[in-house]
Ligand binder design. Structure first.
Ligand code: SAM
Length: 405
């Protein structure tokens, strides 16, 4: 057994002591002991706890790997997440102000991907265990919305009929306006018997929709999603923000940044999370790489009376970014790229000189790189709003306005 003093949290939520020594579920300032295996401390005991330490609200915290920082107070986690954003920007020589942090409440996640496996006795569904491939059942999960909890039983039933003892099923479950919407990957190839059994599971659990990879889509009720006044029927697995509160906070920030713009381009638009609410007051050019998503967005717009014009375009913005000529009439940009960021698109935006850009990001590192490009091109960055939709995890999202001076 050796003793260590934790100096900081790493980006995955582990405490780090000099060495480095990585100690899970510890906090800065704590004296901890345990057995050292390489750089990792196991059987960790807290010798002197931090004043930021709290009792984990979920009884699964020790075994389940779904959450990383339930042992820390909300105030500590907020400061830590804001610090991750500040540090990422500092690495690019940028000093920033944090406008605030919006943390989604417990039991509010509208979507989760559960792992499920057939077992000798039946099936097991849940999240992966802490640093292990073992599936942990999570009957008292404090993350998922209560209406999403029945998805555990759905995942088990699906593993029994369509999983194997070796491979794991990935069951993505999403709350919709008409019930749970499920997309399964990693299952057995579809045959007639499986199709009948899947229909039975969908009916027994009253699912809105059940998709088996891209082989089958059983729709019992359209699993609609609401964006402002619009209802959209997304294709199975389409990107959605993780919580309604997180989405509302992002939308409020985007709306404030783009206020007064008559023509907005929403790049990486998804199924219209921002484009459709923005169309209540502005014309929108919505650009998205997945054709089925663009189609869903367009249909949502056409079915909603009273919105201004939304033109939906399918385009690969990595290979074929929007250039100055495409953005000639645009007064404001909303850009919300995937984790990899959008370097090529940002370089074109830096040239296009649209007066206002609302940049939403789920990756502080690529956000900082993008911010550096825009600031070098003459933009000034507003204070950053940090959004914590992935409560108790090490994920962090952010949104900031950039304005030409
Ligand atoms: C972080 S999501 C944001 C979606 C939307 N703004 C929202 O809030 O729901 C990123 C989106 O970028 C799309 N995307 C990924 N790669 C792309 C590419 N190369 N070109 C265009 N869109 C892409 C994804 O399909 C996804 O809808």
């Amino acid at each position: 057994m050796s003793e260590h003093i934790i100096q900081r949290l790493g980006h995955h939520g582990d405490g780090i002591a000099p060495g480095p020594v990585f100690a899970p579920m510890t906090l800065p300032g704590e004296t901890v002991s345990g057995s050292l295996d390489g750089t990792r401390l196991s059987e960790v005991k807290i010798v002197r706890p931090s004043t930021d330490r709290v009792a984990a609200p979920c009884r699964h915290f020790r075994s389940c790997g779904g959450c990383q920082v339930q042992h820390a107070s909300d105030a500590f986690v907020s400061d830590w997440k804001a610090g991750i954003v500040v540090d990422a920007l500092r690495a690019h020589g940028l000093e920033v102000e944090i406008a605030g942090i919006e943390t989604s409440s417990p039991r509010s996640r509208r979507r989760a991907t559960l792992s499920a496996r057939r077992t000798k006795k039946g099936a097991l569904a849940g999240f992966h265990g802490r640093a292990s491939g073992v599936i942990v059942d999570i009957p008292d999960c404090q993350l998922l919305h209560p209406d999403l909890m029945p998805a555990r039983r759905v995942a088990e039933a699906l593993a029994v009929i369509g999983g194997s003892r070796k491979a794991e099923l990935h069951v993505m479950a999403t709350l919709s306006e008409s019930g749970i919407d499920v997309l399964v990957s990693g299952g057995k190839p579809l045959d007639r018997d499986l199709e009948v059994e899947l229909a039975e599971v969908a009916a027994r659990h009253d699912l809105a929709r059940l998709a088996w990879g891209d082989e089958l889509e059983l729709s019992r009720r359209p699993p609609l999603q609401r964006f402002g006044p619009a209802l959209v029927l997304p294709p199975p697995g389409a990107f959605l923000q993780a919580t309604h509160a997180g989405e509302a906070a992002l939308m409020a920030a985007v709306s404030k940044i783009t206020r007064g713009a008559a023509q907005i381009a929403d790049l990486f638009a998804g199924v219209g999370t921002f484009a459709l609410p923005l169309a209540q007051r502005s014309e929108v050019l919505a650009v998205e790489g997945v054709a089925a998503m663009t189609k869903a967005l367009d249909r949502g717009w056409r079915d909603t009376p009273g919105l201004k014009k939304v033109r939906s375009v399918t385009r690969d913005l990595f290979r074929n970014p929007m250039i100055a000529e495409d953005l000639r009439k645009i007064d404001a940009i909303v850009i919300d790229p995937p984790r990899a960021g959008a370097e090529a698109q940002i370089e074109e935006l830096a040239k296009a000189r649209v007066p206002v850009i609302a940049h939403v990001s789920c990756n502080p590192v690529t956000f900082a790189r993008d911010a550096g490009h825009l600031i070098a091109a003459g933009y000034v960055m507003d204070p950053i709003t940090v959004i914590d939709q992935f409560r108790w995890s090490s994920h962090v999202e952010m949104v900031a306005g950039f304005r030409l001076t």
